[in-house]
Design a protein around this ligand. Structure first.
Ligand SMILES: N[C@@H](CCC(=O)N[C@@H](CS)C(=O)NCC(=O)O)C(=O)O
Length: 211
């Protein structure tokens, strides 16, 4: 198996923390996003979504999209469980991981990709070209602010994002909090629940090893 990776970017980091938590070692193939290697024909033939990370199995099957990649590893290496253990936990994990992706990571990406000069004409991830939109960037900033307050509320009576167990929902939320620095945002001082959760989760060895 090979993991096509660009560890400096937030989305590959989610899988790298996930694998470190499970103690899985895997061959990495670097895909340099700064050189647009994700758009090259050889890579596009394996992953039409033109993004990283991407997992290539020994039989040549290619799996992109983080949820699919993590699902695969959870099935082949169930311990420790990172996508929940019971039907309820699994649903809670999926629900909160989805919310952290949509309202955290994607809101931050909306600001970053619609303002950074290097992303002119590349405001969306993937094979298609999109022009930058200042309105989307402005709206994105409001969304990021709401992400912080909503997740602070969630953590006011839960030890972890999905409930009382550590999961992929925590990994995605932590990566979103760090990614927010790329747009000069950080967890507001008044979000004390989110802040103390962040301090606790960022001490985990798997997170430290991928910081
Ligand atoms: N929805 C994708 C998101 C992956 C993604 O956005 N990856 C970024 C790096 S953080 C990427 O490959 N960007 C390529 C580009 O900017 O063209 C997933 O779940 O895997």
């Amino acid at each position: 198996m090979k993991l096509y990776d660009y560890p400096k970017a937030p989305n590959p980091r989610r899988v790298n923390i996930f694998l470190a938590e499970k103690g899985i070692e895997i061959e990495r193939v670097p895909v340099d996003l700064m050189k647009a290697e994700q758009l090259k024909p050889e890579y596009r033939a394996k992953n039409p979504a033109c993004d990283v990370p991407m997992l290539e199995l020994d039989d040549g099957t290619c799996i992109s999209q983080i949820r699919a990649i993590c699902r695969y590893f959870e099935e082949i290496e169930p311990s420790p469980p990172l996508l929940g253990s019971t039907p309820t936990e699994k649903a809670q994990c999926e629900m909160w991981e989805h919310l952290a992706s949509m309202n955290g990571l994607l809101a931050i990406a909306e600001v970053f990709r619609n303002t950074a000069p290097g992303f002119a004409g590349r405001a969306g991830v993937g094979p298609h070209s999109y022009e930058q939109s200042p309105e989307l960037a402005e709206r994105g900033l409001h969304r990021v602010s709401n992400f912080f307050t909503d997740f602070d509320q969630r953590l006011s009576d839960n030890d972890y994002v999905a409930g009382d167990f550590y999961s992929m929902a925590d990994i995605t939320t932590l990566v979103a909090c760090d990614f927010a620095r790329w747009i000069k945002q950080e967890i507001p001082a008044e979000c004390s629940n989110l802040r103390s959760w962040y301090d606790r989760i960022s001490q985990r060895p798997a997170v430290q090893a991928n910081s």
